[in-house]
Design a protein around this ligand. Sequence first.
Ligand SMILES: [Cu+2]
Length: 754
Amino acid sequence: MRSKTLQFAALAAGAVAAPSNNQLSGRRDREAIQRRQFSNSTTTIAPSSYDSTTTLDLSSTNTVYTTVNLDKHCADDGIDTQLKYERKFYFGFKLKLKQLHDIFKQRSAPVTTSVSSLSVYVNAATSSASSAPPPAPSCSLLPTAPVANQEQAGDSTWGTLCQPYFPQWLGESPTVPWGANRTVNTSDATVANDIPITNVTRYYNFTVSRSQISPDGVLRDVILVNGQYPGPAIEANWGDWIEVLVTNNISDPYEGTALHWHRQLQKTTPWEDGVPSAGQCPIAPGHSYTYRYQAEVHGTSWYHAHYSAQFTAGVMGPMVVYGPSSLPYDIDVGPVMLSDWYHIPYFSIVADAVGTNYSLIPPTSDSVIINGRGQFNCSNPSYSNSSEWLASNLASNISWTCVDEAPLAAFRFQSGKTHRLRLMNTGANGVQKFSVDYHNLTVIAVDYVPVVPYTTSVVTLGVGQRTDVLVTALDTPWASIWMRSSAPGGEPCGGSKNPDAVAAIYYEQADPSTTPSSTSWVTLSDDCINDPLNLTTPAYAIKPSNDSWTQDLSLTLALNATGDFEFRMNDQSWRVNTNVPLLPQVASGNLTFEPEWNVYNFFDNTSIILNITNNMPLVHPFHMHGHNFYILNVGDNSTTGSNNLDKRQQGGPQFEAGATWDGTVINPSNPMRRDGILIPPYGFAAIQFELGNPGVWPFHCHVAWHLSGGQGMSIVYKVDEIPAIPEGMMDQTCVDWNWFTANHGPVDQIDSGA
Ligand SMILES: [Cu+2]
């Protein structure tokens, strides 16, 4: 008999389930020494209670670890394996084991299992365990000066030479875990019956709390996941399930939260999409919620808070689902997160964005950062020119701390090898243009869609958009060069006061203590549009349904009755009720909606075309939840131009009309598909989506400030076919949230809320 222990650990550091992911084993060891056995609570679960719910009263403890030893007998080969399951609970008053049983059943099928014992551990620190800091990263290559890594990025190692390469897939399988017959040409992840069944769940443990860090050298208030900016990665193989225990530890002041798993389909679990007012209430302060969803689509994405504009405070991180690739590669460098960055708390920016002073719309970012690191010139006059930024409040409450030449992000290349970079715009507003000096970029995927590879020197990304590129390193082992991300184009493109960021790439024999001296080899245009649609062709061809119905949408900026600015869709701005999620209401057949909920019911249609006109001189990166949409056409109108910012006319914004779609479809037999689109200033976009995923799905601009200003709507259809919501599911967040809002006063919802 062979015995093997696998750990499925959920660690405070946001660790990964995969035993093969040894990059995190050091953290696991540190975690282990912090706990002791809580022997009084040791118990044994008889197989007879397998399908019942067992509750342990652990109200005297703060943090609880559980270890379940599972004897697994494989009927087909007779090999016995002992599995060990661990997870950690904060605020762990009652431990429900039913869910654990379900996990075991899924994991162990088709083999027989029995639970032999359950051990409970508590954190050795008997004080408030939830405030105990996670173990600090220990790699000797972390930046130390002029800002220590902890001060710059918290416990994050993103963008440091300590950041390990990513694998081709998780686990020790010698062959692709999704099956060799699933390639980018033969299988599309949005086709439901084409999703691999892996019987694997990846467990994560996220705590969201306030902190202060200096990503570009300027200290500011932030809200972080596990004390890291950017937050820890979620990794899974295509078809795995992902389970994330999210604890809201935001206090002083309290704030709700909810995490959205950017454009996973949630086809069987629409209540796990993470949008307050759609599938849940916000997670109340001091409470937890466990999200569980399948990695139905593969590629590069991110998770982020969907509560107000909270994600711009730092509540975000990358999400990588390993699957087939359009081209092979040697090294996965991993996420390269491009973001604009602001120095004042997000709530103050929101106050300006929905305020009455037009000179503050849109708020202009202070710098651009790559994987959470950048630089700011402390002698820059805009730094302390707070009167421009802080019309709302706080001007006298901020004590500015600025350090010049904060550490920049750094990456490693190996000469002659082909590297995969997972580019994503995780910012609040600005369109980012990415390049690597002297290196071409071969695009292999756009959002979650593998494409026919093409080569470019610049990748353009609006907020929420992703592009996977391959970069073949030169035969220059001593080289060090810059990668660049810029937010050019000024106000129409959500520009920045300091729009140009760099990060270092060191080849294997380069000295990482030196600074690259390469110069940019690209010329950036000041428009803000993605690559032409005839360049981006999905590797797996899908022709849109002919049987479509068209909905016109007009985007405007207007004044409401109190003189505050609103971003409107068809003359209605979006404002959600976080206490009343729409999903259970719609599923129960109640189709009565307040106008400000901006619900579009498409009933039993087959397919919908959204014909969108942007009557503003601002770009809008629109994102749709739950769907890949086809882009039929997109463009602008050169006769109005994107540079017409004549908006400060008396009486409010007076804009020209945006361009209109003439009905032409680009590549009609296989149009580009993705989940985010840049609608150019004064431009148009025509997109189409199939009604194959009943639920409540927001469609909104991903510019945080535009979304706060109401630039969003919710899509529902075929409400009879919404998957049955598990009993008590809504109670898990809404009971606590309703208590919180009733006892701490109503939330000061000055924006759309989502
Ligand atoms: Cu917008």
